[in-house]
Design a binder for this molecule. Structure first.
Ligand SMILES: Cc1ncc(COP(=O)(O)O)c(C=O)c1O
Length: 421
């Protein structure tokens, strides 16, 4: 009799050999006839560019209705949606924008691109989202904005951050790339509508996708106008004048992206609901097992499923736990990203514009920022040893979820030495 408790990583039989539906294949995406018909309609129209065609404007209007906001500006990616937001803030070179080191680089690269300085606040070790006290401690006379990421779709403390921003005259930008339909405390407001600006991504792995694409939302007319101009070479097409009012690039969404995005939007609520429903058995398990806990709760959008691991209790760290899960056939990876954003060469070695180090040099910065180990201890601990992520999907069947639960149970029992079945 084979020992069924033997971990696959040490030569035992894996729980699962068949692939899971994933965001990189048709089985894990809800792309179908609606998107094909929309694309066909746009292709047959002969107009694929949003400055003339109506599809992108319609998509913006659909999204504005969906989110109950005044303005939506479409762009080419989530990174560009954030760049539009930062450009709308219009920082002076060397001004500071506070952000998290635990995110995709798209959160912070636009700060540098607008010649502002990213300042990193630490995260709450129980959520991975910005810690309000740490943000408060990082505010200086040069701070202009805060970017709060709703990591993995878990609501960030944006009500508190908005209060803090208002107290200090700052702009709060919400990065909702992973957080469609995330509901925030205390009143269930949609993530993206609590700050001054919200930014969404339509990249392949997101809840709804057009391959790439971005949406910036706001109720503020002046911010919206600046964002829209920035996405289109600052060309004020509404005044019929061929002039360029300030430095802006071409970040326009194409009509093809908009056609797919528009067809995806009516599917969004079910995508999020199905991800939430699939998460219930794993959430219940993780609440029962010693030394591990689910990283998301009520209101979250379950972009990925983060698991927090206490290595002192489980006896291995999250990276080792993830490797054992992966060997069992589960799409798990330790840490989410390999290093905090501030430990990438673009920041740690100031690889920005030529050899200038601009804008991290003095001037325009007030002091040269130090980006290195120890800057945000909670961020570093989560990435290094205390957090793993499991790929999550709206098309997971009960059997898929069952296999994930079985694998987590098996790996936990093997390391922690306690059979909970
Ligand atoms: C939190 C977050 N912000 C920004 C981005 C950048 O979005 P995009 O890849 O569409 O440029 C991503 C993409 O993964 C993200 O997850």
């Amino acid at each position: 009799m084979p020992d069924e408790s033997a971990l696959a990583i040490t030569g035992g039989t894996p729980i699962r050999t068949a692939p899971f539906p994933g965001v990189s294949d048709a089985a894990g995406r809800r792309l179908g006839e609606e998107e094909i018909r929309a694309l066909e309609r746009v292709v047959r129209s002969g107009q694929l560019n949003s400055t003339v065609g109506g599809e992108t404007r319609e998509f913006e209007s659909d999204f504005a209705d969906y989110y109950g906001v005044e303005h939506v500006v479409a762009s080419s990616s989530g990174t560009s949606a954030l760049h539009l937001a930062v450009a709308a803030v219009d920082p002076e070179p060397g001004d500071e924008i506070i952000a998290t080191g635990l995110s995709d680089a798209g959160t912070i690269l636009p700060i540098l691109a607008q010649n502002a300085v990213p300042v990193f606040a630490d995260v709450d070790p129980s959520t991975g989202n910005l810690d309000v006290a740490s943000v408060r401690a990082r505010i200086s006379s040069r701070t202009r904005a805060i970017i709060a990421v709703h990591l993995f779709g878990q609501p960030a403390p944006v009500a508190e951050l908005r209060e803090l921003a208002d107290q200090h005259g700052l702009i709060l930008i919400e990065d909702c790339a992973q957080a469609y339909l995330t509901r925030c405390a205390p009143d269930g407001a949609l993530a993206g509508t609590v700050g001054h600006l919200g930014c969404f991504s339509l990249q392949q792995s997101k809840h709804i996708t057009a391959g790439d694409g971005g949406l910036t939302i706001t109720d503020d007319h002046a911010l919206a106008r600046r964002a829209r101009l920035f996405a289109d070479k600052a060309w004020p097409r509404d005044t019929d004048e061929r002039t360029h009012l300030f430095l802006g690039l071409n970040y326009r969404m194409t009509e093809l992206q908009a056609a797919v995005g528009r067809a995806q939007l009516p599917k969004l609520a079910a995508v999020v609901e199905d991800r939430r429903a699939a998460a219930k058995p794993l959430t219940a398990l993780l609440r029962d097992l010693p030394g591990v806990s689910p990283g998301l709760d009520e209101g979250a959008a379950y972009w990925l499923f983060p698991v927090f691991v206490d290595p002192d209790i489980v006896r291995v760290d999250a990276r080792e736990f993830a490797r054992a899960l992966a060997a069992e056939g589960i799409p798990a990876v330790g840490g989410y990203i390999q290093r905090p954003l501030y430990m990438n060469p673009v920041l740690s070695e100031q690889r920005t514009y030529g050899t200038s180090g601009y804008p991290l040099a003095v001037p325009p910065a007030t002091e040269v920022p130090r980006y290195g180990p120890g800057l945000c201890p909670n961020t570093e601990a989560l990435i290094g040893s205390r957090m793993l992520v499991i790929g999550w999907n709206e098309n997971y069947s009960d059997d898929d979820v069952h296999d994930i639960v079985a694998a987590v149970t098996k790996v936990h029992a093997a390391f922690h030495g306690q059979d909970v079945s």
